[in-house]
Design a protein around this ligand. Structure first.
Ligand SMILES: [Zn+2]
Length: 188
């Protein structure tokens, strides 16, 4: 038996070794942050800045769920998602046929993702998990209320992922930008 015959295709597929070795004198660059990591850092800095700007300033160790809820509402002024008010002719319409004066707000999905990043950042910056204000029940309730009211106002149902769908071919439609848009709405 010749052991070199064993792996037939082993020479194929490993041809992408074009990268030259780094010269040893090059300075050690810090590893580039992923999009998520850099977004998380930006969010965290924005939140700490927000706390510092309160009258009187709030230290992160004294941050309560009320500060967080205030922060989320403060962010609405930078939102880009039209949320129709009760009484607007387009309330509940997915694709309104015209313009209205309803305010732009943060989409629920953006807030939800933001809270997830801040919750992680809090603990990475030395906060105790059992005292993490971002994990509090009040925040969850608030997010759920925002989700439900925005679903009604925009005519966009936020589906539960666990639920099985009848037609598996349609799993990727009407999410309507509630995920993945979270990066662009925050002040920097
Ligand atoms: Zn409207």
């Amino acid at each position: 038996m010749d052991p070199s015959n064993k792996g037939k295709g082993i020479s194929e597929g490993s041809a992408s070794q074009s990268q030259p070795q780094q010269p040893p004198q090059s300075p050690p660059n810090p590893p580039a942050l992923s999009r998520y990591e850099s977004q998380k850092r930006r969010d965290w800095n924005a939140f700490c800045q927000y706390l510092r700007n309160q009258q009187p300033p709030v230290h992160i160790s004294q941050c309560s769920s009320n500060n967080i809820l205030d922060f989320l509402q403060y962010l609405d002024q930078f939102g880009k998602t039209k949320i129709h008010a009760h009484g607007c002719a387009f309330f509940g319409q997915v694709e309104p046929a015209g313009q209205c004066n309803c305010p732009l707000k943060q989409a629920w999905g953006s807030l939800d993702a933001l809270i997830g990043r801040l919750r992680a950042a809090y603990e990475e910056n030395g906060g105790l998990p059992e005292r993490n204000p971002f994990a509090g029940g009040g925040i969850r309730v608030f997010l759920r209320e925002v989700r439900d009211s925005q679903a009604k106002a925009r005519g966009v149902p936020y589906k539960k992922r666990k639920k099985k769908r009848r037609n598996p071919m349609q799993t990727h439609d009407v999410e309507d930008g509630t995920t993945g848009t979270s990066s662009s709405n925050l002040p920097s």
